[in-house]
Write a new protein. Structure first.
Length: 295
């Protein structure tokens, strides 16, 4: 019996397996990057997507597989792992699902979406429900190759999209460890007032944006002050970042920060972040060996 399935980002199967073990969620087997479990679905950080209602269906043909899926609902995303030709034929027989990259700040999709894969030529695993609104949990964007000074902006784009909330004109934002300014660029482009804090200067293009003020200081030295949004993508040990976030709770209305790991994954630290009241921790599609904390 398969009661839940967890899709890891490419190259991050090990942190997901470790987290599931810590949560007491057994893995029956792996199907590529998809961990199949006999236990009910659990909220985990290292899964891009969780299949919450997986069903094993015996199918004698491509036509039978497509008919079984269409009989459950219209919208499906496909995870291909082996059997690529047969999978492609099934996918081609299903109604198309538009998965064009988002143009930020467009809203995340709201249409119901399921997921399926072929475990064997005659065995389909299909989940009518899953946790991510995106196929494979992959929140893709039309990239901005002109404005941002680095690709870090994609992480904040994704975080705000998943939050379904974002700063706007009149909001006061503080970006700790801001240089070279990828996250400050995002906040300023939304019309917010941004205090960018870093010992290093911002990229001149970002520093010149309307509403941006740079303060030369350490991200950890700044005393908490009232703001609508606190964001932080600074390189720091997780326990030090946790102390920083705890100091800012109450001063900032919303918090988004990146928990970066050096060497082994510090699951205990990730759990401490997730335990903060109202907090949530996720591995974003644009994250590397790091998690994103939302409050």
């Amino acid at each position: 019996m398969i009661a839940s399935a967890y899709l890891a980002a490419e190259g991050f199967e090990t942190p997901l397996a470790e987290e599931l073990a810590r949560r007491g969620v057994p893995i029956d087997r792996w199907h590529g990057r998809l961990a199949l479990s006999p236990a009910p679905p659990a909220a985990v950080a290292w899964a891009l997507d969780v299949w919450t209602d997986p069903r094993l269906i015996e199918v004698a043909s491509v036509r039978a597989a497509a008919a079984a899926l269409r009989g459950m609902q219209r919208n499906w995303s496909h995870y291909a792992e082996g059997l690529f030709r047969r999978s492609a034929l099934i996918a081609a027989a299903l109604p198309p699902v538009k998965a064009a990259p988002l143009v930020f700040p467009a809203a995340a999709p709201t249409a119901h979406l399921g997921a399926w894969t072929l475990l064997a030529p005659d065995q389909l695993l299909a989940s009518p429900t899953k946790t991510s609104a995106f196929p494979g949990g992959e929140c893709r964007f039309e990239a901005d190759h002109i404005g941002p000074p680095s690709r870090a902006y994609l992480k904040l784009w994704e975080a705000l999209t998943l939050l379904r909330d974002r700063p706007g004109p009149g909001d006061r934002c503080i970006d700790l460890g801001a240089a070279p300014g990828g996250w400050t660029f995002v906040l300023a482009s939304l019309g917010a007032q941004v205090l960018a804090v870093d010992k290093a200067p911002l990229d001149p293009r970002v520093a010149a944006l309307l509403g941006v003020t740079w303060r030369q200081d350490s991200a950890f030295a700044l005393a908490p002050e009232p703001c609508d949004w606190l964001v932080c993508d600074v390189i720091a040990y997780p326990d030090r970042l946790l102390s920083l976030v705890q100091r800012w709770i109450g001063a900032a209305r919303r918090i988004v920060c990146t928990i970066k790991f050096q060497g082994e994954t510090d699951h205990a630290a990730a759990e401490a972040f997730a335990a903060l009241p109202g907090g949530r921790v996720l591995h974003l599609f644009h994250n590397k060996h790091e998690l994103t904390f939302f409050l």
